[in-house]
Design a protein around this ligand. Structure first.
Ligand code: AMP
Length: 137
């Protein structure tokens, strides 16, 4: 059993597709083990995306991620990390496969609706960024 962290980003919340995103994960057999809506401060978004601090899109990305509420969720299942990434589609919606969340809903490489952890180590760090030991299991 693997765990991963997903976020419905501010554009996904504004587009009213929180349920659509969660439903796609659940239909793939993933179990939601923690979920909440929060508003990230700029500093909170900068902390989450610290690995991208030197990238040219860092300022814009952290502004976007703190522009409105997000829904963070911890998910559990066999191959959860890859499953979530397959369901999301490529970072750039123009390159995403048909039937993926980003192909169906995303406007741009930045405003791409959803986040998913890329490896077990980052998943553990990202889950503990948003959930304490009492909030997930
Ligand atoms: P990742 O760590 O791969 O999830 O990337 C973080 C997020 O940064 C992506 O999901 C996009 O929202 C954003 N991003 C990645 N690459 C670019 C880019 N070239 N231009 C703008 N935003 C980007």
């Amino acid at each position: 059993m693997e765990k991963t962290l997903s976020i419905v980003k501010p554009d996904g919340v504004k587009k009213n597709i929180i349920g659509e995103v969660v439903a796609r994960f659940e239909k793939a057999g993933l179990k939601v083990i923690g979920i909440k809506m929060i508003s990230l401060t700029r500093a909170g978004a900068e902390g989450f995306y610290a690995v991208h601090r030197e990238r040219p899109f860092f300022a814009s990305l952290t502004e976007f991620m703190s522009s409105g509420p997000v829904v963070v969720m911890a998910l559990k299942g066999n191959g959860a990390i890859k499953k979530v990434r397959d369901i999301m589609g490529a970072t750039d919606p123009k390159k995403a496969d048909a039937g993926t969340i980003r192909k169906d809903f995303a406007d741009s490489i930045e405003a791409n609706i959803v986040h998913g952890s890329d490896a077990p180590e980052t998943a553990a760090v990202e889950i503990s960024y948003f959930f304490n030991a009492l909030e997930t299991f």
